[in-house]
Design a protein around this ligand. Structure first.
Ligand code: SAM
Length: 244
């Protein structure tokens, strides 16, 4: 049985997206977001996928939070979501931007199973999963090949940059989705250049549903040259001595 009706969901999502200054998607896309929300709520009863399983929380903290990324993604981009977990931002991105192709990468197979299930149920042909550690995959065939690399809630920025920037091709972008970022950015003064990147922008965003307000930051780093071969290092080394 549905947890929330489609019309209730559509009204809530339209309200939140409007308050957040996000373009309201077409009915077809809202319907896919609705199906995803229902799937998350049901799946979340049995599997610990995400702490947020109520419809209001899903709309604000997952869908609006991920939708703000859409403007930063180039037309037709090849994207990898590093540490995608239960599919954020990859699933909303694949729904809202059917022109892009998204790889959801995570080291936990169980979470990727949910993304595969959702992709199948929602008939999303533009998303695939990859079960791997980022620091290992970034030394493989995907190295230097992606137009856009994003990550939400995976690691502190110096660590995350070493996991993500090696995937980006020259001219492409790494985008870190953060809450508070000032300290992390300060720590990265030299990090981006060491990895072949350059800080391009810091976009501050307030997300609200009329009650709660969440502060978010999108940090974009442009890839200006190749990442030196020694990066990324083994995860134990990245953690023990972050690249600052
Ligand atoms: N991005 C999702 C979100 O915002 O809901 C999931 C965030 S969850 C807190 C962090 C995820 O990153 C976990 O699923 C974990 O398995 C994954 N992860 C952490 N380090 C990783 C690495 N080095 N390679 C691949 N996945 C990693």
């Amino acid at each position: 049985m549905a947890n929330t009706t489609y019309s209730e969901f559509k009204e809530k999502l339209t309200n939140v997206f409007t308050l957040c200054g996000i373009d309201v998607p077409t009915d077809e896309k809202i319907n896919k977001l609705y199906e995803l929300s229902e799937l998350l709520t049901d799946y979340g009863k049995n599997v610990n996928l995400t702490a947020i399983t109520d419809t209001d929380g899903i709309i604000l903290k997952h869908f609006a939070d991920c939708a703000v990324l859409c403007d930063a993604v180039p037309e037709g981009a090849r994207v990898i979501d590093v540490g995608a977990g239960g599919g954020f931002p990859s699933l909303p991105l694949a729904i809202l931007r059917d022109d892009v192709r998204v790889i959801s990468l995570d080291s936990t197979a169980k979470k990727l199973s949910f993304i595969d299930l959702a992709a199948q149920r929602l008939s999303l042909a533009n998303i695939s999963t990859m079960h791997a550690r980022a620091e290992e995959a970034a030394n493989g065939v995907l190295r230097g090949t992606l137009d856009f690399v994003c990550a939400r809630a995976v690691a502190a920025l110096p660590v995350l940059s070493e996991l993500c920037l090696p995937f980006v091709k020259k001219g492409g972008v790494f985008c870190a989705m953060k809450a508070d970022s000032a300290q992390e950015l300060e720590a990265c003064k030299n990090t981006f250049a060491k990895l072949g990147g350059e800080l391009e922008g810091v976009r501050e965003i307030n997300l609200t549903d009329g009650g709660e307000t969440l502060h978010r930051t999108l940090i974009t780093v442009r890839k200006t040259g190749a990442t030196p071969k020694q990066y990324p290092r083994k995860y134990s080394n990245i953690k023990a001595k972050p690249l600052i």
